[in-house]
Design a protein around this ligand. Structure first.
Ligand SMILES: O=C(O)CCC(=O)C(=O)O
Ligand SMILES: [Fe+2]
Length: 319
């Protein structure tokens, strides 16, 4: 580690490799993280997946969920191994309550062999252009409870994209807390839910930004805004929201130009398009999460891009 800090990345990497070969799980886990981050060495998610697996085999328990997550999603182009992800999860269920809960939730879903939903609730249209529709019963009550609880330790003040710098900033337009689940944190339950969202929206799983859970306490809100990104980018064509809790007042999602005010039952999804048929931003899709008056509103939010997300990482690393 000290060698890496001084810029001697290659010898540090080789030393870690040697340590891994000698049976050091922490060394394998460190190499996996380097491959994921792509800062010190080139990002290689497929290699990271194998290294997390090796680290777990060598006794580094923290590496197992990452290995399972990457097997489940196939992020990085190595191909998915859903069956192996389920098998490893089932194996760790006896000693790990998190894994046991995930396995039970998956057992409660009706899935194909590939982890896709075998059936879906019907979409009930609310508006034609831009397309807005709701799907009651999209998530089961225990799935909503799971997401709400899972998010608690990860909740951070929400950010927006600054139109000038294109960086994430906190802004009074969005007073709430949110938790994002990038693909290393995307356990098999989250992955199955992401595939369900892809199926509902007839998009590919790879088009989805990481799933987010948003939490608004009394007085918090997401002021009138559009979900599209500034500039010529891989645009956010669709948004999916799902109601996760109902013990709050206020907090409806309002589309002022469409005359829609939505407050779903627990598990109900709202799907809407942010662009028109030509893929251009649809101004009338603007919407607001109205201030919560009492209690805490918790929702799932997922932005879906026009094409698969680029997860290749920073370019130009030699090793
Ligand atoms: O909280 C809401 O009702 C709206 C959330 C939202 O607009 C978003 O996540 O993009
Ligand atoms: Fe939004």
């Amino acid at each position: 580690m000290a060698l890496a800090a001084q810029g001697s990345v290659v010898p540090a990497y080789r030393l870690l490799e040697q340590a891994m070969t000698a049976g050091d799980g922490l060394a394998a886990g460190t190499l996996a993280e380097w491959r994921m981050a792509g800062h010190l060495v080139r990002r290689d998610i497929g290699l990271a997946r194998d290294l997390f697996g090796r680290a777990a085999e060598l006794g580094l328990r923290e590496a197992l969920p990452m290995h399972v997550a990457l097997l489940a999603s196939g992020a990085g182009g190595k191909g998915r191994d859903w069956a192996m992800a389920r098998e490893l999860l089932a194996k760790s269920a006896s000693s790990d309550p998190q894994a046991a809960r995930q396995a039970a939730l998956l057992d409660g879903m009706t899935l194909t062999e590939a982890g896709d939903p075998a059936g879906l609730p019907r979409l009930e249209p609310l508006n034609e252009r831009p397309f807005v529709a709701r799907a009651p019963g999209f998530l089961a009550a225990e799935e909503c409870r799971y997401l709400t609880e899972l998010a608690q330790p990860y909740l951070q003040p929400s950010v927006v994209v600054d139109p000038v710098s294109q960086r994430f900033i906190t802004d009074p337009v969005r007073l709430a807390r949110s938790a994002g689940f990038p693909f290393v944190l995307e356990n098999p339950v989250l992955h199955a839910l992401n595939r369900r969202i892809a199926a509902l929206t007839q998009t590919r799983y790879e088009q989805g930004e990481p799933l987010q859970v948003l939490s608004y306490r009394a007085g918090e809100q997401y002021k009138l805004h559009s979900d599209v990104l500034p500039g010529p980018v891989n645009q956010r064509v669709l948004t999916v929201l799902v109601t996760l809790t109902d013990d709050f007042t206020g907090g409806e999602t309002e589309f002022p130009d469409l005359g829609i005010r939505w407050r779903g039952q627990v598990g109900e999804a709202l799907v809407f398009a942010n662009v028109d048929e030509r893929g251009h931003p649809a101004p009338t899709a603007r919407h607001a999460g109205k201030p919560v008056v009492a209690g805490t509103k918790t929702i799932l939010s997922k932005w879906i891009r026009q094409a698969p997300l680029d997860i290749s990482g920073p370019p130009g690393r030699p090793l």
